[in-house]
Design a protein around this ligand. Structure first.
Ligand code: URA
Length: 250
């Protein structure tokens, strides 16, 4: 890809766009071993070699992080009053965003990237991306409730959920379960249980599409997706009509 020199440096967090323009003017940047004082020069991110004070600045187009979201943090890019999930991540790129949303009190797997097309594919209602949650409830589920949850429940007037998988983990108590849904409606899990008169007291996302929460990540910790996970994501979005747009970007 080609990108202006000032954008290249700002994207790689060398400074703000204004700061990098000054750095370029000061003659501190070399492109292919030649000092370049023109901010608008086009850089080929694959072939050109950019140095800042003689140190190479490699271009990273996309970043992908798996965060184990802690409770009490909002899923947003920024907020004037409180910290967001992005404040937990220290990254090169400053254009990251969370893919989808978890409630403030929900913990677990959250994908964070700056790849908009990938996010679009994963969030598309057409794609029916599986989301697996570990749920703890205030009271036991009956067989009848389990059946309703599996078949579909009305979470509001005229809105019925699609079939879901429910696995009870603590029979015969039936207050702990794994629920896999294939859609992503607002507060869906909590509203599904409310539809059978049960309150979710703890909610943790374990899986999102082909990604599984890394058990070694403590709450609030994150890491880059590894090659295997990137490959899984690529394969996962391949079988959609959006394959072409999505895989091009990975
Ligand atoms: N469903 C919910 O109710 N809350 C979440 O955070 C995620 C899914």
């Amino acid at each position: 890809m080609t990108v202006r020199l000032d954008k290249y440096l700002a994207d790689m967090s060398v400074g703000t766009r204004t700061e990098v323009k000054k750095i370029i003017k000061a003659g501190r940047i070399q492109v292919n071993n030649i000092v370049t004082k023109d901010s608008s020069v086009k850089i080929n991110t694959e072939n050109d070699r950019v140095l800042f004070d003689n140190a190479p600045v490699l271009y990273i187009e996309y970043e992908y992080y798996m965060l184990n979201k802690p409770a009490g943090i909002i899923t947003a890019v920024s907020d004037s009053k409180e910290p967001t999930v992005l404040n937990l991540i220290s990254s090169v790129r400053k254009d990251l965003f969370p893919v989808g949303r978890l409630d403030r009190d929900t913990v677990g797997l959250l994908l964070i990237t700056n790849n908009g097309k990938l996010a679009h594919c994963l969030l598309s209602p057409k794609k029916h991306v599986d989301k697996k949650y570990y749920v703890e409830l205030d009271a036991s589920l009956t067989q009848e409730m389990c059946q309703k949850l599996r078949e579909g429940v009305f979470i509001e007037k005229n809105v019925i959920t699609a079939p879901a998988e429910l696995e009870i983990l603590d029979a015969p108590v039936c207050k702990k379960a794994l629920l896999t849904i294939h859609e992503g409606r607002f507060h869906q899990v909590k509203r599904m249980f409310l539809a059978v008169e049960r309150k979710v007291v703890f909610l943790k996302r374990m899986e999102f599409g082909p990604l599984k929460l890394d058990k070694t990540l403590n709450c609030g910790e994150y890491r880059k997706l590894n090659e295997k996970e990137l490959k899984l994501l690529e394969e996962y979005i391949k079988d959609t009509e959006m394959e072409e747009i999505c895989t091009r970007e990975l």
